[in-house]
Design a protein around this ligand. Sequence first.
Ligand SMILES: Cc1cc2nc3c(=O)[nH]c(=O)nc-3n(C[C@H](O)[C@H](O)[C@H](O)COP(=O)(O)OP(=O)(O)OC[C@H]3O[C@@H](n4cnc5c(N)ncnc54)[C@H](O)[C@@H]3O)c2cc1C
Length: 410
Amino acid sequence: MPAKGADMGTPAGPSVVVIGGGVIGLSLAWRAAQRGLSVTVADPDPGKGASYAAAGMITPVSEAAYAERELYQLGVAAQQQYAAFAAELTGATGLPTGYRQAGTLQVAWDIDDLAVLGEFRALQESFGVTVQPLTGRQCRAAEPLLDPSVRGGLLAPDDASVDPRLLTSALLMAATGAGVRLIRSAAVEVTVTGGRADGAVLADGTGLRADWVVLAAGWRSGSLAGLPPEAVPPVRPVKGQILRLRPGPGGPVLGGPGPGGSAPGGPPGLLTRTVRGVVQGSSVYLVPRESGELVVGATQEEMGSDTRVTAGGVWELLRDARAIVPGITELELAEAVAGLRPGTPDNAPVLGPSCLPGLVLATGHFRAGVLLAPVTADLISGYLATGELDERAAPFGPGRFSPGRQEARR
Ligand SMILES: Cc1cc2nc3c(=O)[nH]c(=O)nc-3n(C[C@H](O)[C@H](O)[C@H](O)COP(=O)(O)OP(=O)(O)OC[C@H]3O[C@@H](n4cnc5c(N)ncnc54)[C@H](O)[C@@H]3O)c2cc1C
């Protein structure tokens, strides 16, 4: 079958095929189209990968405990642009994203957990982060439905959250509205001609030609045929089970404005802000949505591509969430799903040109792809439009996994 040009009927700028339409692929496709590139996204099920399972925390400070300094700085850059990113999306589409900036409260359940929080705080402060330490009483003043046993906490007031399902729906509409062509099919191969990536072959054998190929297929980014081994990104699936709890119809009013409930203007649920707990050494988070939904996550398991929800996974999440906020037992268990995060050897994303000219990587975002989507989109679309890579991407180049290898720029 003859190859189809990826830029037919769209702007005259360089053409790009983006393989993968999760939060990363859709964000960068939207931005690239805005910069005048002719963009095609191939994905059989856009928005239904890890992005569908994600909690949507925009929490570089709270994640700093797990992150390297450069990753933290990239996360802060993303967080700072998130409000504008979400507002622009809603302005372009009329669709909500669920963005809300209410902060994160990290809490410790017992005295040993308080020591763990102390270590988090020292690490966060070594990154130059200011977090506010709170006593147990102050934690309960901030979130009245916390369990009386909560010993203390750390407040990160700038943290935010978004509903990733709303976000990807808005991104899909914004991207197509900006001229992105969406093909609901998997890519099975990256084509290489004369030592340069120049397109992709879809599952039905259709060929797409383009000046650039961007690999943004989440944990599957390493599975495309046609790539030389040194250009294959080292991503692996890291399973995360996560729950969605909802107030039942006619059930008790568990929140709402006033004592024991949400603050005025907050969501009608148990909590006003994201709460991350350390419970006898185990981590759990609870993310409230405007709808009253409470997201409880997440396990972190090295189980290959297994996406089964297990009794043990659900039990651990509910056990730890209940220790922090006993009132969750009144909520309906509306959903339990497992998603596969795209993990890398150093837990940081892989961003920028690969050693194969024409092939650009935007993958490996592991626990922070929702947070990092706006900044990833800017870095990658900027590179595609100008051939220059913003220096903020330098620590995340694919070349870091193959010492001595120079990355091709064009
Ligand atoms: C339980 C859980 C909770 C999380 N919570 C958060 C959070 O609170 N905050 C945060 O920032 N991050 C969070 N994450 C991480 C975040 O979800 C990921 O980092 C992010 O979704 C990665 O986005 P992506 O677009 O790279 O991958 P994905 O969302 O997985 O999208 C990849 C896309 O590629 C498509 N695809 C795959 N193979 C092909 C192919 N061959 N051809 C074409 N298309 C293909 C898939 O259909 C999919 O749509 C969480 C993840 C999990 C699992």
